[in-house]
Write a protein that binds this ligand. Sequence first.
Ligand code: 16G
Length: 254
Amino acid sequence: MAINHLKDESIDKRSPVPMYYQIMRQILDKIQRGEFAVDSALPPEQELAKTYKVSRMTVRQAIVELVNEGILKRRKGIGTFVAHPKIEQALSRLTSFTEDMTLRGMKAGARVISFEEIVPETSIRKTLGLGAGDKAFECVRVRLADGEPMALETTTLPVSLYPQLARQDLENRSLYDLLAERCGIRLDYAMQSIEPTCASSYEAALLHVASGAPLLLMHRISYNQETHAVEHVKSLYRGDRYKFMIELRRKPSL
Ligand code: 16G
């Protein structure tokens, strides 16, 4: 469904706010008001340029910014569309991907890309409390929500904790369910970092995004009730599909 033609919109050319930025905000506002509906096509650049009385270059810059923020989505050879709102995820609880998706009424999936027994790199070995020659399983999975790739996870698990773990155990299965049911491991807490990064061409192909697209890189180390590290996970979440929420409370004394 195409979006109705824009009404004449005005841009303040003398404002210190760049023109492309003003256009961005106007488009964003239309999306928020539902005037530009999810999945509908944005009017062509030429038409927007005419409406805002600016060059196509300026319009393009506004669109690129909105694409980078995940608000608009380009479909090759078809056009630019209003993207689905990002998945909002709280960072205050230790949950699994499966639990997060189920909570949203989405179906969680996992496609195993590789499953190997390795001697992990030094920093991961130290984190997991492994000795020099100690082995771990390294499993790379693409995590899917209703069949759409959302994240790429590299999970490292000490072999001694999960001796019988096999590749097929992790195909479309929840690791946390498996750890609880089969190994009796109850996770207690985790330390997690989050930082921005860009998709390499390999990661981009697996996540169905453009090479160089923004991603959120996370490292999680999860501990059991005996404070032993039981998993190290490096996750790459799609920046165009995810938004992380943190609740901040002010201390009464402040
Ligand atoms: C989440 C965790 C990941 C964990 C996985 C287990 C982040 C950044 N990562 O994706 O560390 O291994 O859940 O999910 O949140 P599962 O039980 O569905 O396999």
